[in-house]
Design a protein around this ligand. Structure first.
Ligand code: IYR
Length: 225
């Protein structure tokens, strides 16, 4: 492999396959069409999924870029029904208080079209839960290691994760129970990790409905200079 020293560190030559402009257009169009069929789904089939699929999805998330390449993420993969039940109970307890006391009226009004409420059966129905933790700092060999742009890095990894779930043919919902420190306790996570996002993964329930909402057009989201 062709190598080069930069600041005294080994770099390896990186190349992508030669590609025509037409292929670029075709690839980008096809990927957009594929991603545009993704919908957030809140009703899951209980059917199991091969573990290998989940592990490939998590591997994909682990390919995300991160601040100073510190990879400040941990993906907890849960299939154990007792742990799922504990998570559902704790999440619903918090959500009950959120929906009845913590969330202001206009927030609840914004959620009404989406049909969300405090009940979270998907936390038990989905065969797997992926709980993403962000590492505020690292702990390699017992030493405290600085991490950078932690939320940005973990957010990008979650984007990859969601795209991989969709591309595999499965569905998810980005669930952020609030507050969610109960997840650290149930899963026994170390103090350098903070819960970031919870993603149930599974097949959609055979008959399910999603809100009739629309995405902003290119003209609405792009500003060309
Ligand atoms: N965390 C709550 C409320 C909620 C908030 C937003 I912003 C959403 O887009 C959806 C739900 C829940 O999970 O129900």
């Amino acid at each position: 492999m062709e190598r080069k020293l930069i600041n005294g560190y080994e770099h390896v030559r990186y190349q992508r396959p030669e590609i025509s402009e037409n292929e670029l257009i075709k690839n980008s169009e096809e990927f957009y069409q594929q991603m545009n069929t993704r919908r957030t789904v809140r009703e899951f089939d209980t059917r199991d999924i091969p573990l290998e699929v989940l592990e490939n999805i998590i591997r994909t998330a682990g390919t995300a870029p991160s601040g100073a390449h510190k990879q400040p993420w941990t993906f907890c993969l849960i299939s154990n029904p007792d742990i799922k039940k504990q998570i559902r109970q704790a999440a619903e307890e918090e959500e009950k208080i959120s929906y009845s006391q913590r969330m202001p009226e206009d927030w609840k009004a914004d959620l009404r079209p989406l049909g969300t409420d405090w009940e979270k059966p998907f936390l038990e129905d989905a065969p797997y839960l992926i709980i993403v933790f962000k590492q505020s700092f690292g702990t390699e060999k017992g030493e405290k290691v600085q991490h950078y742009y932690v939320s940005e890095s973990v957010g990008i990894a979650c984007g990859f994760l969601i795209a991989a779930i969709h591309q595999a043919g499965l569905v998810t919902v980005t669930h952020t129970p609030s507050p969610m420190n109960f997840l650290s306790k149930i899963l026994g996570r170390p103090v350098n990790e903070k819960p970031f996002l919870l993603l149930p993964v599974g097949y959609p329930r055979q008959i399910t409905y999603v809100p009739d909402i629309h995405r902003k057009s290119l003209e609405e989201i792009e500003v060309k200079y």
